[in-house]
Structures are given as C-alpha cells and as structure tokens.
Ligand binder design. Structure first.
Ligand SMILES: *[C@@H]1O[C@H](CO)[C@@H](O)[C@H](O)[C@H]1NC(C)=O
Ligand SMILES: *[C@@H]1O[C@H](CO)[C@@H](O)[C@H](O)[C@H]1NC(C)=O
Length: 362
C-alpha cells in the first residue's frame, strides 16, 4: 500500500512538473484556429487529379529546397536554395551556382526592371543581387528590424512590395506562428528613390505570397493560416483599402504569381496531417507542441502532399493540380507559369518541378 501511494505521488509530481514546464516554457500564447471545411477537398467541382506527379525534375540533386522561381527577360531561371546560393539555369539547360549569400534563409525572388535580382532574406530583409555582388535594400521599417521577409514583387514605377510573414517567429519555427494563430504579418513597400520602407497593411495572418495584378492597380497578399488572399488597392477610388480576393482555399496559400493571361497561380500547403485539425482547436495541445517542437513534425502536413490552384481575377478557382500523396512533389511553395509550363518550387525537393500545361492538364 505504501509503495502504491509513493508511486501515485511520484506520478502526480511528474505530471505537475511537465505541466509547469509547458506553461512556463511555451513560446506561444495561442488562439483557436478554425481550418475551413472546404480545405480538405478541391472546391468548384475539382477533385484530386495528381497532375503534379507528371512534373519533370529540373536540376535534380543540384538544388537544395528551392522555395521560389523567377525567369528574367532572357529566359534565365533563378532560384534561392537552402545551401545559401542564388542558382540559375541558362536557356541551354545548364545550371550555374551564381551568387553565394551563405544563409539558408532566402525565400521569394523578383527580377527588377534594371535586371538585378531582389531576394527576401528572412534574417536580413530585402537584398539586391547583381553581377557586382550583394547589397541590402531594406533592413528596417519604423525603426524595427524587418523579420521574415517572405515574397516580393516590383511594380513598373520601381516600387517594391514585399511581405514580412511574422514579426514574432522566424523561418525555422514558422509553425509556431500557425499554432499561435495571432496575426503578426506585414505588407511592406520599399521606395528605391527614398530608400525608405513603409507598412501598407499590418495584422496579417502569416503574410506570404505577394503579386501584382496585370495592370498593377492592386496587390494580392496571401494569409497562410487564414486560407485566403487579400486585395490591396494601389490605385483608383479604393486606393489604400483592403478587401478579400479569395477565401476558403483548399489549402493554406504560400506564394502567388501573376500568370500571362492575368489570372494567378497560388501554391497551397497542407497545414495539418489528416484528422489532426483538433490540434488547432485546443490551446493545451498547442502549448504542448510548442514546448516540445519535435511533436510538430507529427501534425505539420506540409511534407505529405502538394497542390497549386489557378485563380481568376474574380477570385474563383479555374483549375487545380495536386500530388495527393507527395509521390513526386510535396510542400510545393510556388508556381510560375512561363512559356506554357509551370515551374514549381518546393521546400521538400532537390529539384524544380516543370509541368507542361498541355491540353490534358487544362
Ligand atoms: C550554356 O550557356 C551558358 C551561358 O551562356 C554558358 O556559360 C554555358 O557554357 C553553356 N553550356 C553549354 C553546354 O552550351
Ligand atoms: C538603404 O537603407 C538600408 C537600410 O534599410 C541600408 O542598409 C542601405 O545602405 C541604404 N542604401 C543606400 C543606397 O543608402
């Protein structure tokens, strides 16, 4: 009897210790997150088609998790890889390690009208990369260091628009921002003439992809864990105002890119493994996961599948492609349409996917 009592006391002490550990060391103060029910299936009559399994692999083995893809006027393709390089692929198919930056924190890229590359660095802000080398365009906004620069687009007037996914969490613990489910993201504008950066929109839910409409009268910025993208008007009577562009997406939006026909391609990631949405509805579970980050691998669904959707200017999904089991690609983070192909970046691949947009996929 005594030994049973001692053992029970021991269990109680262990339980209290773990609870205290969780409460004191949890890095988050979480809110409940409702994942839209439509996020489990394609909407507007689309079903899983596994077309992404037909992607060809460009630069296989040479590219360590290329998150974004851009193509310049000469048709040279650029990407930033986790080993700290800006790598590029010439028209003749040859890959080149072009510029070394040396950090694993490089995400979205843009080709500027002047011909250099602008790249988001989650550690340093916005970088300019050219034949002459690397320099910092923007590192601070309102006196604070720019954290988690994520995606970038340049307007024809030279202004650069970019997102700061989270002012609280960094690239390596991005999932904590999802667990906390409080909006720490920003949409920023960099003016190259004044070398000044300003905040256009704050309180965004993990501000991720940024794109400009074809006639540059609005920006679209995607809020990952709200499964939606917003429109921010740059011109016209609604200038400076924000409205919903597309919501209830069938996955959490990552990068967004303008397509040649004026529509948009959005890469969607899976935030939670099947059946584990309950995690996002329980503060206790969130604290537990945040305190023992290894558990996050058990709920984060990004590594299990891939999906991209094409959305019209009216905010309606036109078509979508997926790899429902991550057979060829998973964690696809960007989709660039160029010369009738989709180029797919991923944070879980050692290549860029290239999918022909033939009649069988459209
Ligand atoms: C491909 O083009 C690049 C850039 O012009 C050049 O440096 C490279 O030698 C070419 N490779 C081949 C195999 O022709
Ligand atoms: C522009 O501002 C950044 C800081 O945000 C600074 O590092 C950079 O040197 C400035 N560039 C010029 C040309 O003044």
């Amino acid at each position: 009897m005594d030994s049973l009592l001692a053992f029970s006391s021991f269990l109680v002490v262990i339980f209290l210790a773990i609870s205290l550990q969780i409460l004191f060391f949890s890095p988050i103060s979480p809110d409940i997150l409702e994942i839209p029910s439509s996020s489990k299936t394609f909407i507007n009559g689309f079903t899983s088609n596994n077309y992404l399994q037909r992607a060809n692999k460009l630069g296989e083995g040479f590219l360590d998790r290329p998150e974004d893809v851009v193509v310049d006027k000469m048709g040279i393709l650029y990407t930033a890889t986790r080993d700290g390089w800006i790598k590029r692929r010439h028209k003749n198919g040859t890959w080149e390690s072009w510029k070394y930056i040396g950090r694993d924190s490089l995400l979205g890229l843009e080709v500027s009208s002047a011909g250099h590359i602008i790249v988001c660095d989650t550690e340093e802000g916005l970088l300019k990369v050219s034949e002459d080398g690397v320099s910092i365009l923007a590192s601070h906004v309102n006196g604070e260091k720019i954290r988690f620069a994520d995606d970038v687009v340049e307007a024809s007037d030279g202004n650069v628009y970019f997102s700061s996914a989270s002012t609280k969490f960094g690239l390596h613990n991005w999932y904590l921002d999802v667990l906390e489910a409080k909006p720490h993201g920003l949409l920023l504008e960099y003016n190259p003439l004044s070398n000044h950066t300003s905040v256009l929109v704050d309180n965004l839910a993990f501000a991720n992809g940024v794109a400009l409409s074809a006639n540059q009268d609005y920006l679209v910025v995607c809020e990952t864990w709200k499964y939606r993208c917003l429109k921010y008007w740059l011109k016209g009577e609604n200038k400076g105002q924000t409205e919903i562009f597309v919501e209830n997406l069938p996955g959490a939006p990552d990068n967004i890119k303008l397509a040649p026909d004026g529509s948009f391609w959005i890469a969607l990631i899976e935030l939670s493994t099947r059946g584990q949405n309950f995690v996002h509805k329980s503060r206790t579970t969130k604290h537990l996961l945040a305190t023992f980050p290894k558990l996050i691998n058990w709920v984060n669904g990004a590594y299990y599948k891939a999906m991209v959707v094409n959305v019209g200017t009216n905010g309606k999904i036109i078509k979508g492609f997926d790899d429902s089991i991550g057979k060829v690609m998973s964690f696809v983070t960007s989709a660039l349409e160029y010369e009738n192909h989709l180029y797919l970046g991923s944070l879980n691949s050692d290549f860029i996917g290239m999918l022909p947009l033939t009649t069988s996929t459209t």
